[in-house]
Design a protein around this ligand. Structure first.
Ligand code: ZN
Length: 188
């Protein structure tokens, strides 16, 4: 996909948040409480060091400006990825199938706070398309990879909230996931 088409796809995706869908995940074998952040209802999505490799917002990629609607965390192939908040699985995209709004393996969770969380690029997922089920914070959703629009393995975490426009209609708007965590950013 060309960078221009990529940008269009990224922006268009923001409006499709409420597309029908659902998913269920493996029963938690282990829920990592160590990922909890003091003073926050959220937890980290990775158990190892948190290294941000690309921040939310406009960036230049392959010589073109594009809006990056999430945050990229360093994660080598097959690193376990955990839910940052408890909620309901509202979408599971399967790479190569094109059944959802993302073109790689992805899991979407409507968090109990109302934030929609999208986890992208899994090599393998603990979740599958199916009836909507709950996941706990710290529950493993899958293993990192680079399916979809990714040059190398990492975790793309995207957050959206519903806002009411001037026309009175509610729509999804992406926000910077790092703004939701009450700790200083660590960007390298
Ligand atoms: Zn990303």
């Amino acid at each position: 996909m060309s960078p221009v088409l990529t940008l269009v796809a990224l922006v268009a995706g923001a409006g499709l948040l409420l597309a029908a869908g659902g998913g269920s995940c493996d029963e938690p074998v282990e829920i990592l409480s160590s990922l909890a952040i003091n003073g926050s209802r959220y937890g980290w999505p990775l158990a190892g060091p948190i290294v941000v490799t690309s921040t939310y917002g406009w960036r230049v990629r392959n010589g073109k400006d594009e809006f990056h609607p999430g945050v990229d965390f360093h994660a080598v192939e097959a690193t376990p990825v955990y839910a940052v908040e408890a909620g309901v699985v509202v979408g599971v995209d399967v790479a190569g199938v094109g059944n959802g709004r993302f073109n790689g393996n992805a899991v979407s969770v409507r968090g109990d706070s109302g934030v929609f969380w999208h986890y992208l690029h899994f090599s393998r997922m603990s979740c599958r398309v199916g009836p909507r089920v709950r996941v706990a914070r710290g529950q493993r959703l899958g293993w990192s990879g680079h399916t979809g629009l990714a040059d190398a393995p990492h975790l793309h975490l995207q957050a959206s909230v519903l806002v009411t426009g001037a026309d009175g209609r509610r729509r999804a708007q992406t926000v910077d996931p790092l703004d939701l965590f009450p700790i200083p950013r660590r960007v390298t």
